[in-house]
Design a protein around this ligand. Structure first.
Ligand code: 4AD
Ligand code: MG
Length: 451
């Protein structure tokens, strides 16, 4: 009986005869011996094919195999002292070609990022995307486990929606039969609020869309967001939840994905150190405090010259929201994430509650990650009917579209809060990727909708 197994299970089959099925990742040969590096999706294995240990056909197949040819190799699993993946080799007794490949477009040489992105459907077979997607998977599972273990109920929000949630400038619209316009959801939050009033603690986890015209390394037009929402929670509770949540998911990556981290940082241990720093208590800064730190930072920085800043750079002034440069500046001071809270209400969303003690500030918070910036944005929500009506008017939003949302303030309104975490930004940060397009299997950006 053939034992068909996966590379990741090889260590359970030492000295046994097994069959691996996969694709040729790389190969070396010298006359009487071939080293075939096979990948099967779960890992890499070096298969040693010796001319005198296999039939003639097997050896001839080994010669013909090209990069990404599909292949099955049967042989004996052996521990090795040699520098082979996993410290294990397969000593072949049979090699069978399943599909030969010609001219695979991604060779071991360096390719430019545009070329790799155009071949994203194939690039996934390479080691870096492979490691990144495995870490993404683990983060998604950890996110679900965190909320599930704490009694949150998954509450799926619609993707086709009648109104904006996060400002009208980034809406994707589509005609919706005779009902007028529908918009792709920018955030499931408003629906999560309805869920929290029904189920207490909920989370929405799904794709969201923003017609972002920006070409930054942090913006996608389609991204995944997880959004917890809790009845009777205030801003303080929201910040605590966010901190616990980040600690939990990062710990999971450290527990389960060290080999993948090592692939991404080439064994320097840099990524692990970054992740461990996140496990410290987060630094908290009131907006006013953060603004002072930034002012000082830009005074000093600009005194040294502006050569390394782009022409579009605009210096922060008090009352502004932070730009990408401000966030990077602020977070380069600390090793742990920084929570900035009490942003000016003027620059924030219509649904955020204002602090009764500081009426010009919103009960809002952003979690900024070291050297990067915002990955989480959250707030306590406005729970007073009349005030919310007023905000909707101030933001020139269509009142009819929000009637159902206002109902939540009519019938048993209570304090409540939540936040949204952008999954791809988290993946980008954990893996220290150059660009967010590498954090999702098939990215959608201003100028890319293919493959
Ligand atoms: O700060 P944002 O806009 O907040 C909301 O949407 C709230 N409704 C969330 C809530 O309170 N339930 O977005 C939340 C997060 C950001 O911190 C960022 O990580 C991510 O979503 N995000 C994006 N990620 C990739 N591409 C984009 N264009 C993004 N826009 C936001
Ligand atoms: Mg935000």
């Amino acid at each position: 009986m053939k034992q068909e197994i996966y590379v990741e299970d090889l260590s359970k089959h030492i000295d046994e005869e097994v069959t691996l099925r996969g694709w040729l990742y790389n190969k070396r040969s010298s006359g009487k011996i071939q080293f075939l590096i096979l990948r099967d999706g779960t890992g890499l294995c070096q298969c040693v094919v010796m001319k005198n240990a296999v039939d003639e056909e097997s050896f001839a197949v080994g010669d013909r195999l090209t990069q990404e040819s599909a292949v099955a190799v049967t042989g004996k699993v052996q521990k090795t002292q040699k520098d082979a993946p996993g410290g294990i080799e397969l000593f072949a007794s049979k090699v069978e070609a399943i599909a030969l490949t010609a001219d695979y477009p991604i060779t071991p040489k360096e390719h430019g990022i545009e070329y790799l992105m155009a071949n994203r459907h194939l690039w996934h077979r390479s080691t870096r995307p492979w490691a990144t997607m495995r870490i993404r998977h683990t983060l998604v599972k950890a996110i679900r486990d965190f909320f599930d273990d704490r009694g949150f109920i998954l509450f799926d929000a619609p993707i086709l929606t009648p109104n904006a949630a996060e400002g009208t400038s980034t809406l994707f619209e589509t005609k919706y039969f005779d009902e007028g316009m529908a918009y792709l959801s920018q955030s499931g939050q408003l629906y999560a609020e309805a869920g929290a009033m029904a189920l207490g603690k909920v989370y929405v986890f799904g794709p969201t869309f923003r017609a972002e015209r920006s070409k930054t390394k942090r913006h996608l037009t389609e991204f995944w967001m997880v959004e917890p929402e809790v009845a009777f929670m205030d801003l303080e509770g929201d910040m605590q939840l966010a901190e616990e949540f980040v600690h939990f998911v990062v710990t999971r990556v450290l527990e389960q994905r060290k080999p993948e981290l090592a692939i991404l940082d080439e064994g320097t241990g840099k990524l692990e150190t970054r992740l461990r720093n996140v496990l410290k208590p987060f630094k908290r800064l009131h907006y006013d405090e953060a603004a002072k730190i930034l002012d000082k930072y830009w005074d000093e920085k600009l005194a040294q010259g502006t050569e390394d800043l782009p022409p579009t750079f605009k210096r922060f002034t008090y009352g502004d929201d932070f730009g990408a440069y401000d966030e990077v500046a602020l977070t380069s001071i600390y090793e742990e994430p920084v929570i900035v809270h009490h942003y000016p209400a003027e620059v924030k969303a219509f649904y955020m509650k204002r602090d009764p003690n500081e009426p010009d500030k919103a009960l809002a918070m952003d979690v900024l990650f070291p050297g990067f910036g915002e990955i989480i944005g959250g707030s306590q929500r406005e729970d007073d009917y009349d005030t919310l009506v007023q905000r909707i008017k101030e933001h020139n939003l269509p009142m009819e579209a929000f009637e159902w949302y206002l109902d939540l303030r009519k019938y048993g309104s209570v304090p409540h809060a939540g936040f949204g975490l952008g999954l791809e930004r988290l993946v980008l940060w954990v893996c220290e990727l150059d660009h967010i397009r590498e954090a999702i299997p098939f990215p959608r950006t201003l100028n890319r909708i293919w493959p």
